[in-house]
Design a protein around this ligand. Structure first.
Ligand SMILES: [Zn+2]
Length: 239
């Protein structure tokens, strides 16, 4: 499993390097319009000046043997929904001109420390982990964003909270979901990363109405676009 995840990482790294080379060649050979091929999918770049900009690591929560919140009778697994959302988020961020790296792009188990390690090794600008929520009560609903409160790195704490504020505002605006706030959370992926990092709990799969919305592709697209817009807003203000 670890060997496989390392291969995924190596493949991703290679894709990133190829992407750098490809975008430099395109920049050198033509002025406009730009269409860059990433993962066999052509992406029309709306903001070419950002193509050498920050790298954003997108983490699809869970994977492989770790299903996340799930129900056999209701036919859902969090790990599949987070991956689908991560691909959409990647798409929207690339359309905005950002470089992206996924911690996983298939259904594999990757230890939490490895996920943080990928972002740290790449020295990525931001880390965004995507999850869906569950609760004993079916009534619980809405979106919440977590950041890590560190006593030793106050700057990262402030930046992470600020990123979380932008993302929550945009994602609740885009989906109409209830805002549950930006909160401190002691989760390994946001604790062990060295750059501003957030974990987005994108809605409750245990709430029947919210689950129905999440399982519909247009809603998930709005959600992913909202997260991308929040990231973009944060980075534009953080310059
Ligand atoms: Zn989760």
């Amino acid at each position: 499993m670890i060997a496989k995840s390392l291969m995924t990482y190596a493949r991703r790294k290679w894709r990133l390097y190829s992407f750098f080379i490809l975008s430099s060649l395109i920049a050198a050979s033509c002025s406009h319009p730009r269409v860059v091929v990433v993962d066999q999918e052509p992406v029309a770049v709306d903001a070419p000046h950002l193509m050498r900009g920050p790298v954003i690591v997108i983490d699809a929560g869970h994977g492989g043997k770790d299903l996340g919140t799930n129900s056999k009778t209701l036919h859902y697994e969090e790990k599949a929904l987070t991956l689908e959302t991560a691909f959409m988020l990647e798409h929207y961020l690339q359309k905005m001109g950002y470089r992206t790296v996924l911690t996983r792009s298939e259904d594999v188990f990757i230890p939490l420390s490895k996920r943080a390690g990928i972002a740290n090794d790449l020295r990525s600008r931001l880390f965004v982990s995507m999850h869906y929520n569950s609760a004993p009560s079916k009534d619980a609903s809405g979106i919440e964003v977590f950041y890590y409160l560190s006593d030793t790195n106050k700057k990262r704490t402030i930046e992470s909270k600020n990123l979380g504020d932008h993302v929550l505002r945009e994602v609740t605006g885009a989906t109409g979901a209830k805002s549950r706030g930006v909160k401190h959370g002691d989760f390994a992926v946001i604790r062990e990363t060295k750059m501003p990092a957030i974990l987005v709990e994108s809605g409750f799969l245990t709430n029947p109405e919210e689950r129905q919305r999440i399982l519909q592709r247009p809603y998930m697209q709005k959600l992913a676009r909202g997260v991308a817009k929040g990231v973009d807003d944060y980075l534009k203000r953080a310059k």
